[in-house]
Design a protein around this ligand. Sequence first.
Ligand SMILES: Nc1ncnc2c1ncn2[C@@H]1O[C@H](COP(=O)(O)OP(=O)(O)OP(=O)(O)O)[C@@H](O)[C@H]1O
Ligand SMILES: [Mg+2]
Length: 276
Amino acid sequence: MLRLEGVGFAYPGGSFVLRDVDLELSRGEISALVGPNGCGKTTLLKLMIGLLEPVEGSVSLDGTPLRALGEREVFSRVGMVFQDPNDQIFLATPEQDVQYGLTNLGLQPEEVRVRAREAMEAVGIGHKSGVPVQHLSHGEKKRVALAGMLAMRPEFLLLDEPTNGLDPMGAHRFMRTLVELKGSGGMGIMVATHDLDMVPVFCDRMYLLDCGRVVSRGEPSRVFQEVEKIRRADLRLPRVAHLMEVLWHKDGLGSPLLPLTIGQARRAILGWGCRS
Ligand SMILES: Nc1ncnc2c1ncn2[C@@H]1O[C@H](COP(=O)(O)OP(=O)(O)OP(=O)(O)O)[C@@H](O)[C@H]1O
Ligand SMILES: [Mg+2]
C-alpha cells in the first residue's frame, strides 16, 4: 500500500499548498484525485513517488518510508505519467522511447520488444511506433508516454490527467485498460482528473481536494452525494447526475440519492415506470 500520513507540503519560499493529507492507495484499485486547478493534485502525485519530499508527515510504501527505500527501488515499483507528454518522452520514436525503460530494467531484447509492442497496442499507438515523435499529435504523444509507463508494469501507477487530450474512444479504451491492469496485474492506480463523468464508471474510490486539503473521500457513489462540497470546490456532478438532480428538484421525479452513471439512471427511470 502507498500511504500518506499527515502530509503537508510547501514549495521553497512559498506557503503550504497541501495540509494534513491522509491518503491510501491499495493494490487492485483505481482511485481518482479530483479538485480545481491549483488545489495540489500534481504536487500530491509527485509526493507519492518521492519526486518531492513532504515538509510534514510521511509517505510510505508497504510500511517503509520512501526516503528509506531509495530512488531506484521506488521508481521500479511506482510509475508516474506526467500531464504533459513532452516532459516524459525523450527518444526519437515511440518504439525507442517505450523500449528504453525496459532495456534499463535489464530485460532480454525479445521481451523488451514484446512488452513495448503490447503496451503500444493497448493504448492504440502501435501503428505509429516508428514515426518520429515530433511528427505526432499531442494526443498521440500522450499515448506514447502512457505506453512507456504501462510497459514497465509498476506495482503502483500515478497518472496526471491521462485522458485529457485523448479522443472520446481513446479515453474510454484507456480507462478500460486501467481496469484490466488493476484486475489481472493487481496494480494500484491513482488518476488525477477533471473528467468527472468517468470517475463513477471506472474508479473504486475518490479523493476530493480543495485548497490543499482532502475535504471528502470514499466511493464515488457516496462522495458525489455531497453536492455542496463538490460545487464549493468549483467542480460539478457527472452530467447524468446533474440531469437527475434537476428532475428531482424541479419535477419531483426520482429521489435525492442521485444516480451517477447512465446504467444507474436507466435503472432508476425504469423503476419510475413501474410505479406509475
Ligand atoms: N514548482 C513550483 N513552485 C512553486 N509553486 C508551485 C510549483 N508547482 C506548483 N506550484 C503551486 O502549487 C499549487 C498546487 O499546484 P498543482 O500543480 O499541484 O495543482 P493542480 O491541482 O495539479 O492543478 P491543475 O488542475 O491546474 O493541474 C498551485 O498554487 C501552484 O501555483
Ligand atoms: Mg496538475
